[in-house]
Write a protein of this length. Structure first.
Length: 74
């Protein structure tokens, strides 16, 4: 079935290809779907790392005296 979704070609080393193939087989999905899901998961992890860095910087600059009080916000 043709799709209008963008496509990408990827060259994998043999051991990595075998691992992805086994994961796809285990989950009962195509290689394409498994790679898509793994890429989505990797992007989520990258986002988490980036947000943790931002949170760490904000936490270092936090001072209780400058913090907004609950009543001030609501």
């Amino acid at each position: 079935m043709p799709t209008s979704n963008p496509r990408i070609n990827v060259v994998l080393e043999e051991p990595l290809f075998k691992n992805v193939k086994e994961l796809a087989k285990r989950d009962g999905v195509s290689l394409s779907l498994k790679v898509r899901d793994l890429v989505k998961e990797a992007i989520e992890i990258e986002e988490d790392v980036a947000l943790a860095k931002i949170a760490g910087k904000r936490e270092k600059g936090f001072t209780k005296s400058k913090a907004l009080k609950h009543g001030d916000i609501w």
